[in-house]
Design a protein around this ligand. Structure first.
Ligand code: AMP
Length: 292
């Protein structure tokens, strides 16, 4: 696997691949790779001839300088983790490659980027949309792989790729979890021992809520008891806990169509997110089916 740091070198390589008629996949990441990221790399390697993994801690998507400063930067061990896979390139641009002097363009997606993390983290999705658009263009990718763990981000990326007529197909991949159900995240490394032991209650609360909704409990009651459950089990700060329509992410107060539960909490000074699909069925009994 080659490490490339400049757009010019990357372009020279992708042009060679194109001349040979090869397809290109990209996996955008901010590094600190774990099994969740590696599942995307695996999906890319089996879908396209050539695979580029990008590693760029994008300052434009952080709304707190402290969060940006604390974000883990582990390029060397990331390179090692990628060795068993057949990715061709680890693309590691620096800030000057991505945002040269005079950079003045922002890609801003409305609708799906509002609410949830968009409300809690102003400017976050503008930063994501801008960097992802650039990475899709720089890598000339036919397919790009994103995790459902960041489901709102996936919908923002799908929207921008459609709206900007990008050729890249956006592929969503399932959330990879620890054995106790906690969604894998680079931020989990920052949890203290006690907080790490508490964190699985996030997924548990989603499962209980989905089950309650599927069993006919009104959505607002199910969400209220999930909040209590989180509080009672050591999660004192909830950013949001909501049911949203899928894929438009409109807020729902009845689960009468495909939907997802979304949660963001603070634990030990670390912000954790998760989501779970709640699928309305057309079953004659009118009950909902839990599939997430
Ligand atoms: P990040 O490095 O956090 O920006 O994430 C890079 C990509 O990995 C994004 O598409 C994420 O959605 C995806 N990702 C992060 N965690 C997971 C996970 N636990 N399972 C699947 N994909 C993930």
């Amino acid at each position: 696997m080659k490490i490339i740091r400049t757009k010019a070198e990357l372009r020279a390589l992708t042009e060679t691949w194109r001349r040979a008629g090869e397809t290109i996949g990209v996996v955008p990441t901010m590094g600190a790779l774990h099994a969740g990221h590696l599942s995307l790399v695996e999906a890319a390697c089996s879908a396209t001839d050539r695979v580029i993994v990008t590693l760029f801690v994008n300052p434009k998507q952080f709304n707190s300088p402290e969060d940006l400063a604390n974000y883990p930067r582990t390029e060397e061990s990331d390179g090692k983790k990628l060795k068993p896979y057949s990715a061709d390139v680890l693309y590691v641009p620096d800030g000057a490659q991505m945002y040269p002097d005079g950079f003045a363009t922002t890609i801003s997606v409305t609708g799906v980027s509002q609410g949830l993390c968009g409300a809690a983290r102003p400017g976050h999705f503008d930063g994501v949309a801008t960097v992802v658009t650039k990475l899709l263009l720089q890598t000339d990718a036919d397919q790009a792989f994103f995790g459902e763990k960041d489901y709102q981000q996936l919908q923002v990326v799908r929207r921008l790729a459609t709206d900007l007529d990008l050729k890249t197909r956006i592929v969503g991949c399932p959330t990879i979890r620890e054995d106790d159900g906690l969604a894998m995240s680079s931020r989990n490394l920052r949890l203290g021992k006690h907080a790490r032991a508490t964190a699985p209650v996030i997924r548990e609360a989603l499962l209980r809520t989905a089950e309650a909704i599927c069993g006919g409990t009104p959505v607002s009651n199910a969400l209220a008891s999930a909040r209590s459950h989180l509080h009672e089990n050591g999660i004192l700060e909830i950013d949001y806990l909501e049911l949203r329509g899928d894929p438009d992410l409109e807020i729902l107060d009845t689960a009468d169509r495909p939907a997802r539960l979304f949660v963001a909490v603070w634990l030990d000074g670390v912000r954790l997110i998760d989501n779970l699909r709640v699928q309305a069925t057309t079953a004659q009994d009118g009950l909902l089916e839990l599939v997430g």
